[in-house]
Design a binder for this molecule. Structure first.
Ligand code: ATP
Ligand code: LTN
Length: 335
């Protein structure tokens, strides 16, 4: 009965490893907001994932709170969804240990993000960085999530999570729901590229080429005017030969709610001198209300505390149910 009436569950999270970017908004958060009405959503600030690379403690603490304010300003609503901080719910770490015993070394070695991050942080390749995807699997499986809305870069981690869940279910019996990654359409921001280097992903830990949700309009305009394009003049989508312009078109479409055809028609015959400021303007207008609302929220620390405390309590109850089940299955003595 419970299963028939239960809404599908959604889980996702973002690391407070830097300020939120236009990439994380278009690739993930925008989807999270619209899913709230139809699904039972759980959204997390994954601070335990953030420490897989070295963080300054004061910055990490500040960014966690700012990220919550920005989640709320983007339209995540604590009356509809559970919003919480990962380290406040210890079941994540507990399940992660157990799942690590059902994950192969070889599987983790193949993860693209691990390979990239261990190159970027060659002097500090920790066990945490290596087992990062196991903790992510625990995040998702604790809540029996059906869907995981993420950007394209996270598809591989969700696939691994499914494999781990399937393996565990196979060894014991049906324990975990098998989650599915939900990825935006490409022209709506599945993968926003850096403005400085359109061949690499816009990433919050790489400030060059990043637009932050909290950037004021003049900064946004400056960043778009400087965006790398090509030596032609025509505004058309061609990812192979015109990666910079194609990325700007994607951003424009996602920000202004237009299709690629509409956008190409709008800028037909116009050069980049018209196109780039128009993209900047669309993005500045999209972000303006969020920036203002987040700044207001940051002044009300008591409200933010109330939101994350209540979120942790609700999340903890759901998580414990799954963890109890897992303890029984693996053969731990009941406490
Ligand atoms: P870091 O630089 O610390 O790795 P990041 O900027 O890549 O961080 P994440 O915290 O890894 O951001 O990602 C948050 C969410 O936003 C994830 O679902 C991710 O897939 C998505 N996302 C991040 N960057 C982009 C992007 N450039 N385009 C589309 N989606 C993105
Ligand atoms: N690995 C993700 C962040 C993340 C996540 C999750 C996303 C941690 N746990 C659970 C979805 C579901 C990233 O780097 N963006």
């Amino acid at each position: 009965m419970e299963n028939q009436t239960r809404k599908k569950r959604v889980f996702s999270g973002i690391q407070p490893s830097g300020d939120l970017t236009l990439g994380s908004y278009m690739g993930a958060i925008k989807n999270w907001v619209t899913m709230q009405d139809e699904y039972d959503c759980v959204y997390c600030i994954v601070d335990m994932h953030a420490i897989t690379v070295r963080q300054n403690p004061a910055d990490l603490r500040r960014r966690c709170l700012e990220q919550l304010a920005q989640y709320l300003a983007c339209g995540l609503d604590p009356a509809k969804s559970i919003l919480f901080v990962q380290s406040h719910v210890p079941q994540h770490a507990e399940l992660s240990w157990i799942l690590g015993c059902y994950t192969q070394f070889g599987e983790l070695s193949r993860m693209t993000q691990f390979k990239q991050k261990s190159q970027q942080h060659a002097d500090n390749i920790t066990a945490g960085l290596f087992t990062y995807p196991v903790l992510m699997a625990a995040d998702i499986l604790l809540y029996q999530a059906d869907y995981v809305p993420v950007g394209e870069d996270q598809r591989q981690h969700v696939e691994l999570c499914r494999d781990i869940a399937q393996r565990f279910n196979g060894v014991y019996s049906e324990t975990f729901v098998l989650p599915e990654a939900l990825i935006q359409r490409v022209d709506q921001g599945a993968r926003i590229m850096s403005l400085g280097n359109p061949l690499s992903k816009m990433s919050k830990s790489d400030p060059d080429g990043c637009v932050y949700l909290m950037d004021p309009p003049e900064v946004i305009q400056r960043k778009f005017k400087r965006a790398v394009t090509d030596s032609e003049t025509s505004v058309r989508y061609d990812k192979e030969n015109k990666p910079g312009v194609s990325n700007l078109l994607t951003i424009y479409c996602a920000a202004a709610g237009k299709s690629l055809e509409e956008a190409e028609a709008e800028f037909a015959g116009q050069g980049y001198g018209v196109f780039k400021p128009a993209v900047g303007e669309a993005v500045a207008e999209l972000l303006r209300p969020m920036r203002e609302e987040a700044a207001r929220m940051m002044k009300d620390k008591a409200y933010l505390e109330g939101v994350y405390r209540e979120g942790a309590q609700r999340a903890g109850r759901l998580a414990q149910r799954t963890l109890d089940k897992v303890h029984r299955k693996v053969g731990f003595v009941a406490r």
